[in-house]
Unconditional design. Structure first.
Length: 141
């Protein structure tokens, strides 16, 4: 009986020892699970929100023609107080469109654009609206 108990104990210890060694797969999973990923970093510092709106009525205009923001993610908070559809689009000095809001009528929309220091133009891209006066300057400094 002592031999059987001793054999059982040795077998159990051997099985436990082999299980503890494990393969490389188990070890990699443990390491990967305990290592934080690079995507878990904090958002970049800086950035700001600019409020742009239309006046009530039917004028093709923004209430603001000059707005200022900090470098980084710039959120455009657009409030269209008109029944006519408008949006806000941002372009760089070369005329490249960098981003903008959805078209809205009698409502609000929001968009975030990553901007470095410089001067940008914002406008409504509904045909004829920019030419009618819906344009302004966004300065990032």
């Amino acid at each position: 009986m002592k031999k059987a108990s001793a054999l059982l104990a040795v077998t159990a210890l051997a099985a436990l020892g082999l299980g503890a060694c494990g393969g490389d797969d188990d070890e990699d999973e443990t390491t990967a699970a305990s290592t934080p990923t690079q995507t878990a970093t904090a958002p970049p510092a800086g950035g700001s929100t600019v409020a742009i709106s239309t006046p009530p009525g039917s004028d093709l205009a923004f209430s603001q023609t000059n707005v200022t923001a900090k470098p980084g993610p710039v959120t455009i908070d657009f409030d269209n107080q008109q029944a006519l559809q408008h949006d806000v689009v941002v372009e760089d000095a070369s005329g490249n469109e960098l981003g903008g809001t959805d078209l809205v009528s009698s409502g609000s929309a929001e968009a975030t654009v990553e901007l470095q220091p410089g001067t940008f133009t914002f406008y409504c891209d509904v045909p004829g609206h920019r030419e009618g006066g819906m344009e302004g300057t966004l300065t990032v400094k």
